[in-house]
Design a protein around this ligand. Sequence first.
Ligand SMILES: [Zn+2]
Length: 138
Amino acid sequence: MSDAPFRILPEVTPANEHFWRGGAHDELRFLRCRPCREWIHPPSPVCPRCLAKDVAPEAVSGRARVLTFTVNHQLWIPGFPPPYVIAIVELPEQVGLRLTTNLVGIAPEDVRIDMDVRVVFEQHGDVYLPLFAPVTSP
Ligand SMILES: [Zn+2]
């Protein structure tokens, strides 16, 4: 049993399970093109940069910064009470490598653009949702 809040969970497929289950290894994983080293998200069997089909999951550092965010005050999802922070974070590994996520471990009024965050996984069975929390130490 988990004390994680109710979530609408993704459909895990062979094409995306590296992403949704990487948290089992405490790793945030994206597909990466082996020839040109481009990170690929959302998952695609073909590299959008060089069109190679030689792509495989790799772990990123888990660090990110808040690119933009909004605070939701509306009860859209029963069992998932507001307020909560919906953010777009960008990973330092590659310009444009971004995730839409929730920020946790911080009061909504304390969130700032450009703040440093790191991934934390919220487990729901064998799905690990990548959420982000403030980096506490410099
Ligand atoms: Zn490539």
